[in-house]
Design a protein around this ligand. Structure first.
Ligand code: AMP
Length: 182
């Protein structure tokens, strides 16, 4: 199931570029304007539903925090559970965690140890709004696999292709990005 050019345009036009946020030289892709636009949000969610309804998924895992918005909505449409992958220190029960490199220093994400427990080798779709260097998504895909589940695909609304994150992530899982920014 691929996105039509018209659907891509509607989604692309609803995302706003904010120059020099959060720091000089970064063009921040602001998806609040997509969420604010019922037509664009609907086109996006309907496309994701049509694509993933045949995947036999057991769970959607979303990355903190924008991955929660799309992931939780999609999980409901597919009638499956949602799992939040959170920044360190936010989840209350026993967790497993994975560190990853940032431009300066390291960060860490976590998931509950029993998050995918209802199914043997659960089939999981990972979702976030955007992939840049791929550090966050790589750590999240590893976490899913360490938790005893299987990350069958990672899905992003946008990929910043010039940062090469998708190529690296493809070593761990299949990757699907709706809009590729060259
Ligand atoms: P990375 O680990 O480098 O792939 O960064 C991905 C994470 O940072 C995602 O959770 C994105 O939401 C966020 N992010 C990185 N760069 C941008 C950007 N230019 N615009 C919006 N979000 C970004």
């Amino acid at each position: 199931m691929t996105l039509s050019n018209m659907e891509r345009k509607i989604i692309e036009n609803s995302i706003r570029d904010i120059k020099d946020f959060p720091k000089q030289g970064i063009v921040f892709k602001d998806i609040t304007t997509l969420l604010n636009d019922a037509e664009a949000y609907g086109v996006l969610m309907n496309h994701l539903y049509q694509r993933y309804k045949e995947y036999n998924l057991d769970y959607i895992a979303g990355i903190d925090a924008r991955g929660f918005i799309f992931g939780a909505a999609l999980a409901q449409m597919l009638s499956i559970g949602f799992v939040p992958i959170r920044k360190k220190g936010k989840l209350p029960y026993t967790t497993i965690s994975e560190k990853y490199s940032l431009e300066y220093g390291v960060d860490e994400i976590e998931v509950h140890i029993d998050a995918f427990g209802k199914f043997q080798n659960a089939r999981v779709l990972l979702i976030d709004d955007l992939i840049a260097t791929g550090g966050t998504a790589n750590a999240a895909a590893k976490l899913i696999n360490q938790a005893g589940a299987s990350c069958v695909e990672a899905c992003f609304i946008m990929a910043l292709d010039f940062l090469d994150g998708q190529r690296k992530l493809k070593e761990t899982t299949d990757v699907y990005s709706l809009i590729e920014v060259k």
